[in-house]
Design a protein. Sequence first.
Length: 195
Amino acid sequence: MLLGLPSGSRVNLVLNLIGACLLAVDALANRRWAFFALECVWAIVALYAIIRSYLKSDSFTTKNCSSATRQGQGICIRPIEAELTVCKVADYTEIDLNSPFVFTGRTDQEASLVCPADMVPSQTLERSDGWRAFRIQGILDFSLIGILAPIATILANKGIGIFAVSTYNTDYVLTKAEDFPAALNALDKSGYTII
């Protein structure tokens, strides 16, 4: 048994889990209760690490999506079905922040909102309708550099403007709805995987 949290590939994590379970069974058979408890804890930690590795990489929902090595390679893009509206609002009181795809931004000059078109609040001061979005699939580490720039360049070369929104985990790129199919097509041809 290794000390510390399991690390490495999923194969190593699974082997750690199997090993911990086998040692726990052996300890149980030999009535070594402290060792049994320790191996059960280790098995739980290994199982947690396996589940976390799947959730962190979005392995259940993506195909061939991994860290990018070259422009577009390994980066998966998932279109968002909702049509979105970009708004300037008086305040956020009417906004259901538990709804998916609600992005807020407040500065000393304005309160902005991106939300599904059917959720635009009545206290909207200005709005721009007809936006579609895609998500860069997976969880992006803060140390990654140059994820949005190539996407913006590819789309700019096609005459497609973007509006980007970043969350803690990833980035969302919005284009006008009429440009959305062309944007996905341009990114697909540039090596991005559309899922």
